[in-house]
Design a protein around this ligand. Structure first.
Ligand SMILES: C[S@@+](CC[C@H](N)C(=O)[O-])C[C@H]1O[C@@H](n2cnc3c(N)ncnc32)[C@H](O)[C@@H]1O
Length: 213
């Protein structure tokens, strides 16, 4: 029996609707912290123009490998072992990096390494998409997120819901520009950054930032 995330079953549809737009012109996608692989299977199935590369830390890799192998999708690659603290990441450059529900699990050093690795990995014109709960100017977007943050910190004091401003600062250090902030169901967001193409005016401009308070 492979592990199943109920949250993935609930959020994969809304996330797909955003990725279909944000990744419409991309090809090679690296997913960080693929977990059970349900997202990878769903997005590779419905976005056949993408080649989807799942990854996980070595300890979590075996069930992910099994799920991806069971599906045998032509555009879904065998998962690779990747800890965001690896330097460099053991993969080729990509057009997009996606990760869901991972930054609040990692400690702040790993979050910084996530952006460092994504920055190294993304080609010009590439896109970084991060799904999960966020804080804005220190405020949670809903009471359920405040409770979730307290639960995370009781379990691991170094984890917790991240501040949008801190993440955006790490992205800017990597030469990435905020492109969009999509409000998602259940007090989640999808943040999208782009690496501008050299010499293309406005290539990193916002497509309409729908930012929470
Ligand atoms: C809450 S799960 C999310 C999994 C999946 N993306 C989802 O949305 O269901 C967090 C994931 O982050 C991964 N993770 C934690 N630390 C990591 C690190 N340093 N590098 C890469 N992945 C990490 C864990 O192995 C775990 O699969």
């Amino acid at each position: 029996m492979l592990p199943v995330s109920e949250a993935c079953e609930r959020n994969k549809g809304p996330i797909l609707a955003v990725l279909a737009r944000e990744l419409a012109a991309q090809h090679a996608v690296l997913e960080i912290a693929s977990g059970t692989g349900q997202h990878a299977v769903h997005f590779a199935t419905h976005l056949p123009h993408l080649t989807w590369q799942p990854s996980e830390v070595p300890a979590q890799l075996p069930p992910l490998i099994e799920r991806i192998a069971c599906e045998a999708l032509p555009n879904l690659r065998a998962p690779v072992a990747l800890d965001v603290r690896d330097d460099p990441w053991p993969v080729a450059p990509v057009d997009a990096v996606f990760s869901a529900n991972s930054l609040h699990i990692m400690d702040s050093r790993a979050v910084r390494e996530f952006f460092r690795g994504a920055g190294q990995q993304l080609r010009a014109g590439g896109v970084l998409c991060v799904y999960g709960p966020m804080r804005y100017r220190g405020a949670f977007t809903g009471a359920s997120n405040a409770q979730f943050d307290a639960w995370l910190k009781a379990r691991d004091p170094l984890s917790g819901i991240r501040d949008f401003e801190g993440l955006d600062a790490l992205a800017i250090e990597q030469g990435l520009k905020l492109h969009a902030d999509h409000a998602m169901p259940a007090n989640n967001q999808i943040l999208v950054w782009r690496r501008p193409r050299p010499g293309v005016a406005g290539s990193g401009q916002s497509s309409g930032i729908d930012q929470s308070p």
